[in-house]
Design a binder for this molecule. Structure first.
Ligand code: GLU
Length: 567
């Protein structure tokens, strides 16, 4: 049985919230418990619409969504827009677009990009539209003496702060420093009659030696000092809630049972637990996730939206990382055993990997661009030539139109290029992302080959004499398109041997003085002539991709260049 309410508190609540006629029970009835299987997790991603989509947000929503779906639960997107000063136009759309792009569309909230596509029985999912709800819950607390109006001005708060500093006591609004905590009903009435606006503060126990103990799904067992500060629940003026209050009310009514959020909120978790307790509502499980960090000199710091381009999702789009690669990189950061799982299951969709909160790192994982690139290369290597073509084209249309034009001009040729070393047991792994295609495959296209040669010439091995370079290229003009790869190699080896080159490296090393070079040098001369580069996929496959006509044209051009430029 709950104790009878103090009539003064009730009167105060009516004075402060004359327009609130609903009760907490009404809202709880409107948003009843969900009918879900045992153990199902209801999670949410709750960004503030500040116009910037951080890669950490993609990671948090990915983890939240997977944990929900793995358990047969629900994943919500809630927009936390109570800080109107920080809000930017178009933010909600950007968030939704990115979530959809990453395959993270929510089950409830804004499920599509167009306006008014909020879905779900627990709507509205935008905090600024939930004012009446927050006021109802604040009224409930005032009625019970658990919250009170505070008319302290900025100047008074400032004076408190300075005195507290001088006296070396804890800063904040609490205990005896909290003047309005003990104000009489008459004092409050006088202020309200004078038209002054109050914030609503929680009445926290003070002094308090109490501890808050709970098991965080990531950080494990925690033991923190209880909150003793009379924190603001509703701000003055527009009566919007603070984050602390809003998330407690929303998670209660949206029946969220697992709060996954950044660990910057951990210090205020005792306040949140206190608000749940004051409202007499079940406390959800908390999972505080460490942010993605970056090595900065000797120290480690959070990826910063201001300093680090890689903090912004736009960075990954611009460089053309496949969404799957970024996703797998984030999975790897989330659960490091993803790596072994992927090795054991190279073609299984990553959605089948089970994400576990208890396997997440307690402290920040470092953003590692090398690892991202390695993962991305592996992912690209699993794609068919057709997939690569579609992805590169979509990327290039936006970021490298000249490449897009080349791909569209002769799709069959582009497919042959992307098919080079793609279908065997060891598919090529030289493409990091779509912006790397120009570097890795550009030379296949005549115009890009020409541009590279005009710009940089041919990096022929310095140890091979001009006459030998020219002779090797001349020999190559007899290339027979019908011969097999093995025959081509055998023929080149024989050519090398009969022309003063060692048949292999081992032979060469035994007696370098008696050879012009080795078989590898011969192949390198051909490679450089056909590509302008020293590092390419398989030569035989290159020749078949570009065709006989281009082969002869390139040999010709390289020969002229060698004659003019080599000593
Ligand atoms: N709006 C909060 C933020 O932007 C959400 C934290 C939470 O998920 O509870 O960090």
């Amino acid at each position: 049985m709950s104790s009878p309410l103090n009539p003064e508190h009730v009167e105060l609540a009516v004075l402060l919230f004359p327009h609130i006629t609903k009760t907490v029970e009404d809202w709880l009835a409107k948003y009843p418990p969900r009918q879900l299987p045992d153990g199902a997790k209801v999670t949410r991603f709750a960004p503030s619409p500040t116009g910037f989509v951080h890669i950490g947000s993609i990671m948090t929503s990915m983890v939240s969504r997977r944990v929900a779906h793995q358990s047969g639960g629900v994943f919500i997107l809630r927009i936390e827009d109570t800080d109107k000063k920080r809000e930017q136009d178009g933010s909600v759309e950007a968030i939704v677009r990115n979530m959809i792009n990453f395959g993270l569309a929510p089950d409830e909230g804004f499920v599509q990009v167009e306006p008014d596509l909020e879905r779900g029985a627990y709507a509205p999912y935008t905090q600024s539209e939930r004012g009446e709800i927050y006021e109802t819950f604040a009224k409930y607390l005032v009625e019970r003496g658990l919250a009170y109006p505070c008319f302290a001005t900025e100047e008074e708060l400032d004076r408190n702060r300075k005195l507290q500093e001088a006296q070396r006591v804890k800063p904040g609004y609490y205990g005896n420093w909290a003047k309005w905590r003990t104000a009489s009903l008459d004092d409050v009435k006088a202020k309200l009659a004078a038209g002054e606006k109050a914030v609503i503060r929680i009445r926290a126990p003070y002094p308090s030696e109490a501890r808050v103990r709970f098991t965080d799904a990531v950080k494990g067992d925690l033991d923190l000092p209880a909150n003793d500060q009379d924190m603001v629940l509703l701000k003055s003026g527009n009566r919007l809630p603070t984050y602390h209050f809003a998330h407690v009310v929303d998670d209660t009514l949206m029946r969220v049972n697992l709060v996954t959020r950044g660990d910057e909120w951990l210090p205020s978790a005792p306040l949140h637990v206190q608000i749940f307790e004051y409202l007499n509502q079940p406390i959800p499980t908390y999972a505080h996730l460490a942010p993605i960090a970056k090595q900065d000199g000797a120290s480690k710091r959070k990826l910063s939206k201001r300093k680090d381009p890689e903090a912004n999702v736009a960075y990954y789009y611009e460089l053309g990382y496949p969404v799957q690669a970024v996703t797998e990189y984030l999975l790897n950061l989330a659960n490091s055993d993803f790596y072994d799982w992927r090795k054991a299951n190279p073609m299984t969709p990553n959605t089948e990997f089970e994400v576990r909160l208890d396997k997440m790192q307690v402290s920040s994982g470092l953003f590692d661009p090398v690892k991202l690139n390695d993962i991305s290369k592996d992912v690209v290597a699993t794609y068919t030539a057709e997939q690569v073509y579609d992805y590169v084209l979509a990327w290039a249309e936006q970021y490298e139109p000249t490449l897009a034009d080349l791909l569209k001009a002769d799709p069959a040729f582009a497919l042959r290029v992307f098919n080079v070393e793609r279908t065997g047991d060891q598919p090529r792994k030289d493409i990091v992302n779509w912006s790397d295609v120009h570097r890795a495959c550009g030379f296949f296209f005549d115009s890009l080959y020409d541009a590279a040669i005009t710009g940089g010439g041919y990096p022929f091995p310095a140890t091979i004499a001009r006459a030998d370079v020219v002779a090797i290229l001349e020999h190559m003009t007899g290339f027979d398109m019908a011969q097999t790869k093995d025959d081509f190699i055998a023929g080149m080896r024989a050519y090398a041997e009969t022309n003063g080159f060692a048949r292999d490296m081992k032979t060469f090393k035994k007696d370098p003085a008696s050879f012009k070079g080795h078989f590898g040098d011969v192949m390198m001369v051909v490679r450089v002539a056909l590509s302008g580069k020293t590092n390419t996929p398989d030569l035989y496959e290159i020749i078949h991709a570009i065709g006989r006509e281009a082969l002869l044209a390139r040999l010709n051009r390289a020969t002229s260049w060698a004659q003019e430029n080599l000593a």
